[in-house]
Design a protein around this ligand. Structure first.
Ligand code: CAA
Length: 258
């Protein structure tokens, strides 16, 4: 499918989705959010895709929600359309893993979009921030909620109240990103991580994603029970038999997603 604001390429069972509004530093306008949620939903359904990498350009992952598009809206306008609700819900429903590969600015909705993904790999030039307070608003897609769970209250408050940016080293130190790589290596590193994920049994990959996400939604006791029961249920799969047999026979496992 042809899109106006994103580019989708499929290579080695990985969908590489690039935000493509460089003239606006990939600001998230309605067209981009509609196209992105459609493309990710489509990748989730596509049997040829086992993992997704979401990226932007070298200068910007995304510099936030599109301020030009929002500036004149009233409360009733944004409330009525539930601005950002439906597109972000669609992205959160994707069951295949999504890696955010962040280079340059990930600000406001851009930082929040990266946090909706399953984990973030950052280039050395990445800059994260929640500068909405400079616009007389606050974050609207998780900048006060997800960011607080990633980096804790003190840093989340600092970023949301002062609007300052966090560089890649600080983001890694704070647990916002899983790894930092030299900028030119960002896409190769993210694609290599995605290919590693694509090699595994997709049953256990989906179960792992669901279980980690449970940690955000429930108590520790319930989360541990969910994890343990899910672990138990995987003993009903052919891939568990294959994975453990392959280890004992000192060979590579051949998973069949069964
Ligand atoms: N929305 C719309 N357009 C944007 C944009 C945004 N969020 N960010 C950048 N652009 C546009 C600029 O207007 C400019 O376009 P023109 O050439 O037509 O003027 C173009 O992208 C390049 O930007 P700059 O000239 O500003 O580039 P720079 O290198 O000097 O600065 C920057 C880069 C620091 C990222 C700066 O662009 C900036 O501060 N952008 C806004 C960041 C921001 O406030 N984000 C939060 C948005 S609100 C939000 O996201 C709400 C939410 O939580 C859901």
């Amino acid at each position: 499918m042809a899109y106006e604001t994103i580019i989708v390429e499929i290579e080695d069972e990985v969908a590489l989705v690039r935000l493509n509004r460089p003239e606006a530093l990939n600001a998230l306008n309605a067209t981009l959010l509609d196209e992105l949620s459609a493309a990710l939903t489509e990748a989730d359904r596509n049997d040829k895709v086992r993992c997704i990498v979401l990226t932007g350009t070298e200068k910007a992952f995304a510099a936030g929600a599109d301020i030009k598009e929002m500036a004149e809206k009233s409360f009733v306008d944004v409330y009525d359309e539930d601005l950002f609700g439906p597109s972000m819900d669609a992205i959160q429903r994707v069951r295949k893993p999504i890696i955010a590969a962040v280079s340059g600015y990930a600000l406001g909705g851009g930082c929040e979009l990266a946090m909706v993904c399953d984990f973030i790999i950052a280039a050395e030039n990445a800059k994260f921030g929640q500068p909405e307070v400079n616009l007389g608003v606050i974050a609207g897609i998780g900048g006060t909620q997800r960011l607080t769970r990633f980096v804790g209250k003190s840093k989340a408050m600092d970023m949301n109240l002062t609007g300052r940016f966090m560089d890649a080293a600080e983001a890694e130190r704070s647990g916002l990103v899983s790894r930092v790589v030299p900028t030119p290596k960002l896409i190769p590193e993210a694609m290599s991580a995605a290919r590693k994920i694509a090699e595994k049994s997709q049953v256990s990959i989906k179960a792992a994603k669901e279980s980690v996400n449970r940690a955000y939604e429930t108590t520790l006791r319930e989360g541990l029970l969910f994890e343990r029961r899910t672990f138990h249920s995987l003993f009903s799969t052919e891939d568990q038999k294959e994975g453990m047999a392959a280890f004992l026979e000192k060979r590579e496992a051949q998973f069949r997603d069964r």
